[in-house]
Design a protein. Structure first.
Length: 189
C-alpha cells in the first residue's frame, strides 16, 4: 500500500494544495463560500433529480423498479427547489452532512495510518489529518448553534490545516519512494 501512495505522492500533494486553496479562500470570504456551497448543493440536487426522472421515464417499460427511481428523482427536485427557497435550513442540513463526512474521512485516515505504521515513518501525519477531521466533525455536531458563518470559518481553518498536513505527508511519501524500490525494499547506492 505504501508503495502505491509513494508512487502517487503527487496526488496527495494535489489534494493538499486543493484543501489549502479552498481553506484560504474560505477564510478570506466566508459569506460567499457559504452561499456558494448552498447554491451548488441546490443546483446539484435539482439537476440530479431531473436526470433521474428522465432516466426513470425512459426506462419504465424495461425496468421493474422504475417507480422507485422516479420517486427518488422527484424528491431530489423538491430538495433542490427547497434549497433555493430556504437556504438557511439547507445550511444546517449541509452542516450535518459535512460533519458526517469529516468524521468518516478522519476514521478512515486513522485506520490507514495504523496499517502504515510498520512500513513508513511519518505516518503520524496521516493520524493527525484523521484526528483533525474527526475533531472538526464532532465540533460541528456538538456546536451547531455557532452559526453557519462561523462554521464556514471552521471549514476554512480545517481545510487550511488539512492542506498543510497533506502536503507534508506527500513529501514524506515522495522521499520514501526515492529511497525504496517499487517492492518496498531499501535502495542502495
Amino acid at each position: 500500500m505504501v508503495d502505491v501512495l509513494a508512487r502517487n505522492w503527487w496526488l496527495v500533494a494535489l489534494r493538499g494544495v486543493a484543501a489549502l486553496v479552498f481553506g484560504l479562500l474560505t477564510l478570506f470570504n466566508p459569506a460567499v463560500t457559504l452561499a456558494a456551497l448552498i447554491l451548488l448543493f441546490g443546483a446539484y440536487a435539482l439537476a440530479d433529480g431531473v436526470f433521474t426522472v428522465v432516466a426513470a421515464l425512459a426506462s419504465h417499460r424495461g425496468e421493474p423498479r422504475w417507480v422507485a427511481l422516479l420517486v427518488g428523482g422527484i424528491l431530489s427536485i423538491v430538495l433542490g427547489v427547497l434549497t433555493f427557497l430556504m437556504p438557511g435550513v439547507t445550511a444546517v442540513v449541509l452542516l450535518y452532512f459535512i460533519a458526517a463526512w469529516a468524521i468518516v474521512t478522519g476514521v478512515s485516515e486513522i485506520a490507514t495510518a495504523i496499517r502504515l505504521r510498520k512500513v513508513i515513518t511519518g505516518e503520524w501525519l496521516l493520524v493527525l489529518a484523521g484526528v483533525l477531521s474527526v475533531a472538526f466533525g464532532l465540533a460541528l455536531v456538538l456546536y451547531p448553534a455557532a452559526g453557519a458563518l462561523a462554521v464556514t470559518l471552521w471549514i476554512g481553518a480545517y481545510a487550511t490545516a488539512l492542506g498543510v498536513v497533506l502536503l507534508a505527508l506527500a513529501f514524506r511519501l515522495r522521499s520514501w519512494g526515492r529511497t525504496h524500490g517499487a517492492d518496498g525494499t531499501l535502495r542502495t547506492a
